[in-house]
Design a protein around this ligand. Structure first.
Ligand code: SAH
Ligand code: DHB
Ligand code: MG
Length: 224
């Protein structure tokens, strides 16, 4: 089985279940034109994030890693009425592209793009002491995942859902001897999920147009 075949199936699924969407397509086009890396979630994965937000009846969503705002648009569209999304991005160029993409999607008033290192913004959010987030999507630098989980656990409640992208890394995650800092980051993250009594988690392997990777899904089962 090859990337070509996985991509063909992603296209089949998209043609079948994801009607053409001018705002999402414009976001992809503008991101590519600006030279952003094409590492956003795939369209079927984006739809999954949208559905998860709806199942969760999310009124507050936190995203770590905005890029051009492609996953942000999917998540924000899944918000309950009057819901809000905060997305964290270290690169001001990425944030500017995302702002424009979100504006085209009519989501500027719903989404707050916070520019800076996620660890700093997460600490600030904890100090601000606002209402907990119903859904968190972690998708920034992989070595940062363990720290993001620690900080995110201060920002959620029992019943919140934490989803993290790229936790399988072509299967490298099962290699305990890997020295790749990305692999080490997601391995520590997964180990923290396993050891954390306040969450119940699983990891789902995925294939598709982005290759072989996976999502972690963790339900917060106790008030942190
Ligand atoms: N969620 C996006 C893809 C995010 S790619 C989507 O699916 O559409 C990862 C992003 O995380 C990049 O834009 C990168 O600049 C950002 N990032 C990397 N390190 C970061 C950090 N320390 N804090 C915040 N954002 C970071
Ligand atoms: C890559 C993919 C991602 O989804 C991401 O968040 C970061 C990097 C990659 O394929 O390199
Ligand atoms: Mg990712």
């Amino acid at each position: 089985m090859t990337l070509e075949r996985w991509t063909a199936v992603d296209r089949y699924v998209s043609d079948l279940l994801l009607p053409s969407d001018p705002a999402l397509q414009a976001a992809l086009d503008a991101s590519a034109a600006a030279g952003l890396p094409a590492i956003q979630v795939s369209p079927p994965q984006g739809k999954l994030l949208f559905l998860i937000a709806q199942v969760q009846k999310a009124r507050t969503i936190l995203e770590i890693g905005t890029l051009g705002g492609y996953s942000t648009i999917w998540l924000a569209r899944g918000l309950a009425p009057d819901g809000r999304l905060i997305t964290l991005e270290i690169d001001p160029r990425h944030a500017a592209i995302a702002q424009a993409n979100l504006a085209r999607a009519g989501l500027s008033d719903v989404v707050d793009v916070r520019v800076g290192p996620a660890r700093d913004t997460l600490r600030q959010l904890a100090q601000d002491g606002n209402e907990p987030f119903d859904l968190v999507f972690i998708d920034a630098d992989k070595p940062g995942y363990p720290e993001y989980l620690t900080l995110v656990l201060r920002l959620v409640r029992r019943g919140s859902l934490i989803v993290a992208d790229n936790v399988v890394r072509d299967g490298a995650v099962a290699d305990a001897s890997s020295t790749d800092p990305n692999v080490q980051g997601v391995r520590r993250f997964n180990a923290m999920l396993a050891a954390e009594p306040r969450v119940s988690a699983t990891v789902l392997q995925t294939v598709g147009s982005k290759g072989y990777d996976g999502f972690a899904v963790a339900l917060v089962t106790a008030d942190p």
